[in-house]
Design a protein around this ligand. Sequence first.
Ligand SMILES: O=C(O)CCC(=O)C(=O)O
Ligand SMILES: [Fe+2]
Length: 200
Amino acid sequence: MLWLLCPKFIMNFGPKILLLIVTEEYNKEMLKITDKILEVLSEGLGLSKGKGLKNCLGEDEIELEMKINMYPPCPQPELALGVEPHTDMSAITILIPNQVSGLQIWKDNKWVAVDYIPNALYIHIGDQIEVLSNGKYKSVLHRSLVNKKETRMSWAVFCAPPHQTMIGPLPELIDEHNLPKFSTKTYAEYRHRKFNKLPQ
Ligand SMILES: O=C(O)CCC(=O)C(=O)O
Ligand SMILES: [Fe+2]
């Protein structure tokens, strides 16, 4: 019975189990990178250890969400965009594109193409870090283009606080010369306003 069940079990569930294991491993590595980046960003803000950005983002409850983007070839790329200009509402985003270029960032009042660097991770500062840092770190405005010949893909991991976390400018960064530039609200409320294009 067991002999009969095993191959069937493996055929049905094997790929799913393997995917789960790989995803879990990927998640662990992404969390390590997230920790490191948040540590460095916290240092840049002069925050004391243990009271850094990760602490404000829910500490170990911090959430990772993966999105896979696929942009098939487009016969008229000048008439289309892969992703329209936006900033990510996450705290940070870790992006891995394939070798087909297309990502652009808004810098010095123009769109600048981001070069493809093999094996590099692209890190976006997202809205939540901009808010927490009271604008010291800027959420990057970006978009992606399509092209006539090749399929572009990108794997994005959005690192964000749990939905009920209150996010606002850190009190340590506010004084009479640095007034709060953003309101404080839950991440859920922030998302609701962003999705519905309401003022923040
Ligand atoms: O595909 C890209 O390079 C960008 C994707 C992106 O900006 C997003 O998924 O938020
Ligand atoms: Fe994005």
